[in-house]
Write a protein of this length. Structure first.
Length: 691
């Protein structure tokens, strides 16, 4: 029996979530709908709030019939944390068995990939982390020998150079980086003996008994047998497992457990992730209700969806005769009418009903075009942005300050000396690595600095220090005693220390506590690092027989030039009492800002260049023609480079739709010199920095 939303529960949700106001008709239609359907929602439409309201109402009716459950999936941990922050205090029953709330990755690992890894390769998942996997890729590549000219070329390293760098002209270092990227991102169809990038076979070796192909296969099988997986591997082995005859019973078990499946931010899923969920729950005879929620125009996380057609196509788009029309939320409560009109022009995918309609009643501030010369104008660019914030009185409201004032860019960092434009070139205080939550790094010293400093206890730094020790053991190839392939984890290492007796364990705990205290309270990093390295070099031999430092000297001795100010405030700069946060468009997705300055950078070329028409066969740039969203027009770029224009439309759609009040677009003078009047006539306020 399909559940019905109780009006009393819905009214309670409105009191809690939107201060007693009433959900508009669009959101009420979604909340009440309990069938399999897709919801397309514009930025700021309140889709997540509507989903929270629906889940709140459902939780009030738990347990469901026959004790079936609700499965709630999101792309990022942050999205899950937001759901938990709101609903866990109100509906704790939603977060316990038989329900499940988590990321697509965590669901896949818990319910499919872990069992698949054991059944197919003899090991449960030990490490599922792209950074650690990249280390394994680098170590494997360095172990390969290259045949010089005149020698036997039939080895794997030569083959990889030819396979990956065909028609690529670049330095040897660039070619090696291409191979590392290939090995990191490719999929292994070990049953079909194919190596793929995306859905394209790059290497097929079925029936070919060549040692260099088999060497690659053995390396991959060895990693899987140790439970070392990239994030992508989880989906690859799950797909293989679900194709086995025994998987039908397995799917039926999951279908019988989960009556309702909700997937938020659906547009961010990769093809394999979409297929995994569909293959489990959307099968003939399944009674599971699936509701997929998102905005196809904000598909910027998946490289495949960013560059090409959307990975997520709604059921109605695929088969309108069979499936009901998609639901839509067109009213943006975040955007003012003028910004809504601008953002709407960037929509790459739309049904006849889809429009971005700004309905905010806040002061309608026109978008501002800030024109700067180069990095010498960076300080002036920031100051002018802050002047605009003050001019409109945006810093005088506590709600505005809470939403924040942000500077974002598509490309945030490049290699030193790169001529390409990026955020760090203008604002050197930006540090991408510090802001990322990571457990593994490329040098030991970073483990003392780049832990999660938002935690108020010693937990995060303790975990990071233990991770550093585990990384050393992995680099040195140390296995758990009695095993030829099993590696240490933090818990197994701590158990090993405990096995030496209480006195030994107490000494270790005291040392670990002193390290944490000295880092957090006394900020004595060098003293801790010296003692930390001394422990690794001289004390681990008490625990692990024949342990010695051989392969990890470079990892231990590599320097890390940190900026302490970045560690304390890794995302922000302060000027004239106003805090401005720096970040990527990706990091800003899902956020609501009071003011946003989108800085033009170079991903291949600048945003403006990718939205500019070039006359076929000629090198000179023509005037803008046709419909260009920068001029408040619905885009029509079928005549442009499809890949580059598509990705630019999506990135700017996301970036431009963040602010409630002020949108600024910072652009280099050389790029816009001949088009300033066009921007002005379209409705932009022009702010040149050199006047």
């Amino acid at each position: 029996m399909i559940m019905r939303i109780d009006p009393l529960h819905l009214r309670a949700a409105e009191e809690i979530l939107i201060g007693g106001e009433v959900f508009d008709s669009e959101r009420r239609a979604f909340i009440a709908n309990m069938n399999t359907v897709d919801l397309l929602a514009v930025p700021g439409s309140g889709k997540t709030t509507a989903l929270l309201a629906k889940l709140y109402c459902m939780a009030k009716q738990m347990p469901l019939d026959t004790n079936r459950a609700v499965l709630i999936l999101c792309h990022t941990n942050h999205a899950i944390e937001e759901i938990e922050k709101v609903l866990k205090p109100l509906c704790p029953q939603l977060f316990v068995y038989p329900n499940f709330v988590g990321t697509i990755q965590s669901f896949t690992n818990k319910f499919v990939a872990n069992q698949a890894c054991f059944d197919l390769y003899g090991s449960y998942i030990h490490k599922n982390d792209d950074q650690m996997y990249l280390y394994e890729v680098e170590r494997f590549f360095k172990s390969l020998q290259y045949s010089e000219k005149g020698q036997n070329p039939a080895n794997l390293k030569n083959k990889l150079f030819g396979l990956v760098n065909r028609d690529f002209e670049g330095s040897s270092n660039e070619k090696e980086r291409n191979i590392l990227e290939f090995l990191k991102n490719c999929s292994y169809d070990l049953e079909g003996r194919k190596v793929k990038i995306g859905n394209t076979s790059k290497l097929t070796y079925t029936g070919v008994n060549r040692e260099y192909y088999l060497e690659l296969e053995r390396w991959k099988l060895n990693l899987l047998s140790q439970g070392i997986l990239s994030f992508k591997d989880s989906f690859d082995i799950s797909k293989s497992y679900l194709n086995l005859p025994c998987a039908n019973d397995f799917k039926e078990i999951l279908q019988n457990r989960f009556r309702y499946v909700f997937i938020d931010e659906m547009q961010d899923l990769d093809f394999d992730q979409v297929q995994l969920i569909e293959s489990i729950f959307f099968t003939e005879g399944s009674t599971t209700i699936i509701q997929r929620i998102g905005d196809q125009n904000q598909a910027i996380y998946s490289s495949s969806s960013l560059h090409s057609e959307n990975v997520w196509r709604t059921r109605n788009q695929i088969d309108p005769e069979r499936f009901q029309a998609d639901l839509s939320l067109n009213n943006s409560h975040r955007l003012t009418p003028i910004i809504g009109e601008l953002v709407d022009g960037f929509a790459l995918s739309r049904s006849s009903e889809y429009r971005v309609v700004g309905i905010s009643n806040r002061e309608s501030i026109p978008p501002h075009l800030l024109i700067f010369k180069d990095e010498t104008h960076a300080k002036m660019l920031k100051e002018r942005y802050i002047e605009l914030i003050k001019h409109f009185g945006l810093n005088e409201n506590s709600t505005n300050i809470e939403k924040g004032f942000h500077i974002i860019a598509w490309t945030t960092d490049k290699e030193e000396g790169s001529e390409k434009w990026h955020l760090r070139k203008l604002f050197p205080e930006y540090s991408r690595e510090i802001k990322q939550k990571r457990e593994d790094f490329d040098c030991l010293r970073k483990y003392l600095f780049l832990f999660d400093r938002r935690k108020s206890t010693f937990e995060a730094v303790r975990k990071s220090l233990l991770n550093g020790i585990i990384r050393i053991l992995r680099i040195e190839g140390v296995n758990i005693p009695g095993s030829s392939s099993k590696k240490y984890s933090k818990s197994i290492f701590v158990d090993l220390v405990k096995s030496k007796g209480d006195a030994y364990y107490d000494i270790f705990k005291g040392r670990l506590f002193n390290w944490c205290y000295s880092i957090i309270v006394e900020e004595n990093y060098q003293m801790v690092f010296d003692d930390y390295v001394n422990y690794i070099r001289n004390q681990l031999t008490d625990l692990i027989e024949d342990f010695k430092i051989q392969n990890s000297e470079g990892f231990i001795n590599r320097e890390y030039n940190f900026n302490f100010a970045e560690i304390l405030q890794p995302e922000q700069i302060e000027d004239k009492g106003i805090i401005v946060k720096l970040g990527s468009v990706h990091s800003a997705k899902g956020q609501t800002h009071c003011a946003t300055m989108y800085v033009e950078t170079d991903y291949h070329t600048s945003e403006l260049a990718k939205l500019t028409v070039f006359i076929k066969g000629k090198k000179n740039k023509a005037d803008f023609v046709g419909c260009n969203p920068l001029f408040f027009q619905e885009q029509n770029f079928s005549h442009l480079n499809k890949v580059r224009s598509n990705e630019t439309l999506k990135m700017m759609y996301v970036g431009f739709s963040r602010p409630t009040d002020l949108l600024c677009f910072a652009i280099r003078r050389d790029n816009v010199r001949n088009d300033i009047e066009k921007f002005k006539n379209a409705g932009w306020t022009i702010v040149p920095l050199d006047e």
